[in-house]
Write a protein that binds this ligand. Structure first.
Ligand code: FAD
Ligand code: NAD
Length: 404
């Protein structure tokens, strides 16, 4: 008898959670299990702002996929997914093809550039290990070069961050801590450095608790970050950006521009022809794509509506991991053709945004937290994610234990 083939695309939060659950739930004789990922490592997307600023070495933010999967149970394929042929139930890889009976798509997100000119060419993103390493090196290079030039170019030391959402704010927190170190290392006067955050909405962290927003903004301003609120980036050019506030245009000269102004689902999902909104597929309550009951879509490629406010849940690792668990259970039901599938109900425990190594703001179980207490919680959340995927051994290897 032919065994069904389960293929999971992407070893991020959603994909790894699904695979590590499936390998325990599904017997060897029940189905073949394959995991496809671009790299032989998993990276903690939620730690990339640290690797990008250079406050955490990128090796701390990644681990080998083979260390957390059961290699006797799961066939790991290190490959880049090129496209999904859903009607033929095939995956096209950079080198080869795969067939599936059940598919989990967990390929994460791509930056949302809203078609803004010049971003793709000139701006950096906080998107993966390669991008983080490149951004860290680029910033350090500007400091290293500043004093070698006869005519000092102050724009070399200007860093623009587009977007004051959680990614932008967390990156600013790390950068504000990294800059004094770079100034010392390269004999640069701190006063020459500018960190400018440009946010289109009328506030930083739109939608977040106003008291926590004020705490975060004050904290970052004290460390030298300038906020341009209600100001939209209109264009990115080779040596800076063009912004607009109330129809007044301004050019800001900067040799480093970081685009952290939102994400959309991986473009592979769109290209596969699934009905989508900004690359995210509105899945049914069992996490299946519409009209494709064999395809489960989780994490940043999926869209789940929060019925209370009739708006999509923001794409988070918290949700991706919970979806991974539900998708695994539902695939087990489908493979066996017995039992009831589980409806996906997100259990949102809260949101904590770090402001550097020892400060943070958050809402946890409906309560506001700030300062070192919030920072401690943030590290516990990071450690918990490691625990859920790789057990205590992974926490010991990669966990965050420097609390104060
Ligand atoms: P990911 O975890 O991003 O994984 C996608 C995987 O797919 C990656 O391993 C990638 O290599 C692989 N992949 C992509 N394309 C291909 C391809 N073509 N072929 C093969 N493999 C491919 N959320 C929170 O809940 N809490 C936080 O504190 C938090 N902090 C964040 C901080 C930052 C700086 C950022 C950028 C995001 C943060 N988020 C946070 C959001 C969170 O990281 C995402 O929602 C989460 O990573 C989504 O999980 P995923 O499994 O969909 O994708
Ligand atoms: P986001 O969409 O949450 O924020 C993007 C910000 O950029 C918004 O405030 C938006 O107004 C602004 N913006 C958009 N266009 C702009 C323009 N042209 N000029 C200036 N500003 C512009 O995106 P994000 O911060 O990348 O977060 C992505 C997802 O990851 C979210 O779901 C977020 O909740 C999650 N995340 C969570 C955490 C955490 O929980 N600690 C940390 C990072 C990210």
């Amino acid at each position: 008898l032919r065994k069904p083939k389960i293929v999971v695309l992407g070893a991020g939060y959603g994909g790894l959670m699904a695979v590590t659950r499936l390998q325990k739930m599904i017997g060897v004789n029940e189905a073949d299990l394959t995991l496809v990922n671009k790299n032989d490592y998993h990276y903690e997307t939620t730690w990339l702002h640290e690797a990008s600023a250079g406050t955490l070495h990128h090796d701390k933010a990644r681990y080998q996929v083979k260390d957390v999967i059961d290699n006797s149970r799961v066939k790991f394929v290190k490959e880049t997914v090129v496209s999904i042929k859903k009607d033929e139930k095939k995956i096209v890889l950079a080198n080869g093809e795969l067939e599936y009976d059940y598919l989990v798509i967990s390929l994460g997100s791509h930056p949302e550039t809203f078609g803004i000119k010049g971003l793709k060419e000139y701006a950096f993103g906080i998107t993966n290990i390669n991008a983080a390493r490149q951004l860290r090196e680029h910033i350090e290079y500007q400091f290293a070069t500043y004093n070698t030039e006869e005519v000092k170019r102050d724009q070399r030391l200007a860093i623009v961050v587009g977007g004051a959402g959680f990614t932008g704010i967390e990156f600013l927190g790390e950068l504000a801590n990294r800059v004094p170190e770079l100034c010392r290392e390269y004999d640069v006067d701190h006063k020459k450095v500018r960190i400018i955050c440009v946010e289109a909405a009328p506030t930083a962290l739109p939608g977040f608790d106003p008291e926590l927003v004020e705490y975060a903004v004050n904290h970052l301003e004290r460390k030298g970050v300038e906020f341009k609120i209600g100001t939209a980036i209109k264009e990115c050019v080779e040596d800076g950006i063009i912004v607009a506030k109330d129809d007044v245009m301004e050019e800001i000269k900067a040799d480093t521009v970081v685009w952290a102004a939102g994400v959309r689902g991986n473009s592979i999902v769109e290209e596969a022809g699934f009905e989508n909104m900004r690359g995210r597929v509105k899945v049914d309550s069992y996490l299946r794509a519409p009209n494709h009951e064999d395809v489960f879509i989780i994490g940043d490629c999926s869209l789940v509506i929060n019925e209370e406010i009739n708006r999509p849940y923001p794409p988070t690792a918290q949700i991706a991991m919970q979806q991974g668990i539900t998708a695994a259970k539902n695939i087990a039901v489908a493979v066996r053709d017995q039992g009831e599938m589980e409806e996906f109900k997100p259990d949102i425990k809260g949101t904590v945004a770090s402001l550097g190594e020892d400060d943070a703001v958050g809402m946890v179980f409906g309560k506001k937290v700030m300062g070192t207490k919030a920072s401690f919680m943030k590290k516990m959340i990071d450690n918990r994610a490691l625990l859920m995927v790789g057990g205590a051994g992974l926490v010991v290897k990669k966990g965050k234990f420097k609390f104060f």
